[in-house]
Design a protein around this ligand. Sequence first.
Ligand SMILES: [Mg+2]
Length: 173
Amino acid sequence: MEKYRPDIYRKNIYQIHYEDLQKEGIKCLLFDLDNTIIPYNKKQVSNELKDLFHQLKELKFKLIVMSNSSKKRLLKIKEQLKVPIIYRAMKPFKMNFKRVMAQYKYEENQMAIIGDQLLTDIKGGNKVGITTILVDPLIAKDGLFTRINRHRERKIFEKMGIHGLLFKGRYYE
Ligand SMILES: [Mg+2]
């Protein structure tokens, strides 16, 4: 169960204490796309998100949007947010996390992944040993593949609850 447990759990990306992450030595933030920074069925990013990314850039974080979604969808996001993207990232597999480390020369303890799914974002981040931050999905609806994962995710949440490891809606840092 430990492989699914996030280091940090917050309601959404606006509730994360980024300055604390910075103090811990985190320099690179990998953001999941669908239902983490925008609803999976939207293409336009919000001004609130643009503002957040602007602030994080000011804090000198390296921001990368890393998603299992399509190139087409990610290119639209890149245009709007002006950050590097990784599409079809195949989370939870390690390769694209490793690619970022090699390309930008970051160590495990300098990176964090922020995402809404235990089976892709959190599991993948834990596998490579970076900081993992879970947020609640922005909307209750999901794409097809995610719907399958959510079914398994519910079971994992139940099990983790039994072991006192993670409870839906009980946020921690
Ligand atoms: Mg997602």
